[in-house]
Design a protein around this ligand. Structure first.
Ligand SMILES: Nc1ncnc2c1ncn2[C@@H]1O[C@H](COP(=O)(O)OP(=O)(O)OP(=O)(O)O)[C@@H](O)[C@H]1O
Length: 622
């Protein structure tokens, strides 16, 4: 449904949809709207051009062309519909079953598909029409069945990919029947390419139908069909050339509309599938500079007044500022949905389509990132600032080995390197992240890796460009405790060895305590506290920081109930005026309803609160 909405939102898609809708409705309602019976003759007015009585003129027997086009369209569209039904049913069923079951069925479907694609369709149609004379339905169903081989391949390929997804495995484990899994989990994910192909095949089928009618092999006169009308018009081409315009025009426009719609649908569904939270594909983010504080020149990355807005104006991140110094680690902490990922995505300028970045400064190693164009930013990404995505396995391409993916990254950053040098560097990277047997790991595919190994490979890839800042988004989520500790050790070791700075996006205070020097606490798109890690644990100033620390399971005292933070982070667009934490805060007063600025404490940090804490009780409302 979203794909159709996306198509309707594009001018070309909307025009094609409108034309096809109009043609289908007009032909379906031909009995009601056609001004004349399609075979009603008026010999006193043959070959007339357009008149008030006959809007599109008349033919050699004085029959109304508009009425014949409408009725003829019904016949033509019906047989095209039959071809599409055969195409869809056979193509989807064969593709899904072959891709899901694999084995012998898969091989049989592939071989039959090869056979169907290698047969000349026109010859087969002529044979069918020789067996069933003038039976256009038989010919068009055969055409649909022959073309289904192409669809079956596309559906099979998508099904094979989806079949390996964890959610399909989970459905299998949950005991769902094959048909239910296919219907609920597999088919919806292949629907995009399918509808795009159906639109393209509809255009071709329409042209084949018109050709059959033109050759006199289809529906026989006096019953009209679009192909038959073109044949009649071509016989009178010298006497009344206009006759070709309505019949030829409607066929041409409808076939073109189908083809264009197919293209637009493909683009629309492509866009939809690439709507992950952070994708390297989506790169043209609009950037606006606004006045604000100057950057910290000693920092390797200095951010001031950074905001992110969606196209509809909804703010996701609001006036964020922080500094990261070489060789240090900064922890960006907060509950889910506070804007941590959006903040680092905005620094890298990798945001959802239509999102806008506003900032006073984003200064990296003395370079003003706000003034860089897309080409400049792509040099910074990976080269200057490395990024490790939230889900390491998903961030690795399942179709390529670890070696291929690291080689690609190393080549990207070392243009002139020889094959041997690139391989040496890949092995070095794998050794640097302590993966045993680098040549063996290079030959493996992502699904063969454990979570910890995948995270190490993702770190190795991020290190390929020798970044000066490494951003790791939830680097230890979904890893078991031992592997978590190993990954944090590795990050610390890399930081100490290379002098790069780390930004760890996390909601785990354990990660902050183990690895970071500075904590930046975010709530509802804003920074609410920023201080050293030592101080944040000893004396948090913001009630939110205090409540978040109190709810930390790492600090739980056995035998006592772990305090929870009641309520949830307000969604973007629903942030309260004044202090955004006030509705959940035990210390909120009327003062908190007004604007709350950051208060800086020299040498200690800063916080955004009118009732700062002095570190004893939890700040959450009970
Ligand atoms: N593509 C998007 N379009 C619109 N809003 C989005 C999009 N991605 C995220 N958001 C919203 O932006 C807000 C901040 O999201 P963000 O991912 O930065 O949070 P987070 O603090 O990193 O949380 P998490 O730890 O769950 O990743 C959330 O409310 C989220 O719903």
């Amino acid at each position: 449904m979203n794909a159709w909405r996306a198509v309707a939102g594009r001018p070309l898609g909307a025009i094609c949809l409108a034309w096809l809708g109009l043609v289908v409705l007009a032909c379906a309602g031909a009995d009601l709207i056609a001004p004349h019976h399609p075979q009603e003759q008026d010999l006193s007015s043959v070959y007339s051009g357009p008149t008030w009585a006959h809007w599109l003129g008349t033919d050699q027997l004085g029959r109304d062309i508009l009425s014949r086009v409408l009725h003829g369209g019904r016949v033509s569209l019906l047989v095209v519909g039959q071809a599409l039904a055969a195409y869809l049913v056979l193509g989807c069923a064969a593709g899904v079953l072959a891709g899901y079951r694999r084995g012998l069925l898969d091989r049989v479907v592939l071989r039959l598909g090869d056979l169907a694609l290698s047969m000349p369709a026109v010859v087969i149609l002529l044979v069918v029409l020789a067996i069933f004379p003038h039976d256009e339905s038989a010919a068009m169903i055969t055409l649909g069945a022959l073309s289904a081989a192409g669809l079956a391949r596309v559906v099979r390929a998508s099904t094979v990919a989806v079949r390996e997804e964890p959610f399909v495995a989970a459905a299998r484990v949950a005991g769902l029947s094959t048909f239910r899994i296919l219907g609920r989990h597999v088919l919806p994910s292949v629907i995009g390419p399918v509808i795009s192909l159906v639109a393209l095949v509809a255009g071709s089928a329409l042209l084949v139908e018109a050709s059959l009618g033109f050759l006199g092999l289809g529906v026989q006169p006096p019953e009209p069909s679009w192909g038959g009308l073109i044949a009649e018009a071509s016989q009178a081409i010298y006497r009344q050339p206009w006759l070709l315009v309505p019949s030829g025009g409607v066929v041409a426009l409808t076939a073109v509309a189908c083809a264009v719609l197919g293209d637009v649908l493909r683009d629309a569904t492509d866009d939809r599938t690439s709507r992950e939270p952070l994708s390297w594909r989506r790169m043209r983010t609009q950037v606006t500079r606004r006045p604000g504080e100057p950057p910290d020149e000693a920092a390797v990355l200095s951010v001031r007044g950074l905001s992110v807005r969606l196209a509809d104006g909804t703010a996701l991140v609001d006036d964020v500022a922080f500094d990261v110094h070489p060789g240090t680690a900064l922890g960006l902490v907060g509950e889910s949905g506070c804007g941590k990922t959006m903040t680092v995505s905005a620094v890298l300028r990798l945001l959802p389509p239509g999102a806008v970045v506003e900032a006073a400064e984003v200064r990296f190693a003395g370079q003003d990132l706000l003034s860089l164009d897309e080409r400049g930013m792509s040099r910074v990404r990976g080269g200057g600032i490395g990024y490790i995505a939230q889900d390491p396995v998903a961030s690795l391409d399942p179709l390529f080995t670890v070696g291929d993916q690291l080689t690609e990254a190393v080549r990207h950053h070392n243009r002139g390197a020889t094959r041997a040098e690139v391989r040496r560097r890949v092995v070095d990277l794998l050794e640097a992240v302590h993966l045993p047997d680098p040549p063996g790991v290079m030959a493996e595919y992502p699904h063969q890796l454990s979570g910890g190994m995948a995270q190490r490979v993702a770190i190795a890839r991020a290190l390929a460009g020798e970044p000066r800042v490494l951003i790791a988004d939830e680097p230890t989520t979904a890893l078991d405790v031992t592997v978590q500790a190993e990954i944090l050790d590795l990050l610390r070791e890399l930081r100490d060895r290379t002098g790069m700075a780390l930004i760890l996006v996390t909601h785990d205070w354990g990660v902050v305590a183990d690895t970071c020097d500075t904590a930046v606490v975010m709530y509802a798109g804003q920074v609410v506290e920023q201080t050293s890690v030592q101080r944040v644990f000893e004396a948090p100033r913001h009630p939110y920081t205090e409540a978040l620390l109190a709810a930390d399971p790492n600090a739980a005292v056995p035998g006592t109930r772990l305090p929870v933070l009641p309520g949830s982070v307000p969604a973007p667009g629903h942030w309260p005026d004044g202090c955004r934490f006030a509705p959940r805060c035990a210390f909120a007063t009327a003062e908190c309803a007004g604007p709350v600025a950051m208060t800086a404490e020299p040498m200690r940090g800063s916080y955004r609160c009118v009732h700062p804490r002095h570190g004893t009780t939890t700040g959450a409302r009970r």
